[in-house]
Design a binder for this molecule. Structure first.
Ligand SMILES: [Zn+2]
Length: 99
């Protein structure tokens, strides 16, 4: 549980850094049916620890929600990104656990 808390703190910090660079926005997410923080591609890959290609594949599969802005820039839903990273982190923790 301690490790999981650390991972969460690190992702929060990434979001804060991204926000300061203007690469994050609060937008309506159809997938969440809620207003969520959306990140640009660079920030989304940093948060999820995935390649650009992997992010787009997950978005196409519906695993990550995204919207396209009026400027044609794709923005990715932090909530769905987190679900992806948490699923990955949980798998790692389960693999490391010995009891
Ligand atoms: Zn969403």
């Amino acid at each position: 549980m301690k490790r999981k808390a650390t991972i969460t703190v690190e992702t929060e910090r990434l979001v804060v850094i991204s926000g300061s660079q203007g690469a994050a926005a609060t937008l309506w997410c159809e997938g969440c049916q809620a207003e969520v923080t959306m990140l640009g591609l660079d920030e989304a890959t940093a948060l999820a620890g995935l390649s650009n290609r992997a992010i787009f594949q997950l978005a196409e599969n519906g695993a990550i929600h995204f919207v396209e802005t009026a400027a044609g820039k794709a923005m990715f839903c932090v909530r769905s990104l987190r679900q992806q990273t948490q699923a990955r982190a949980t798998r790692l923790l389960n693999e490391e656990r010995k009891d």
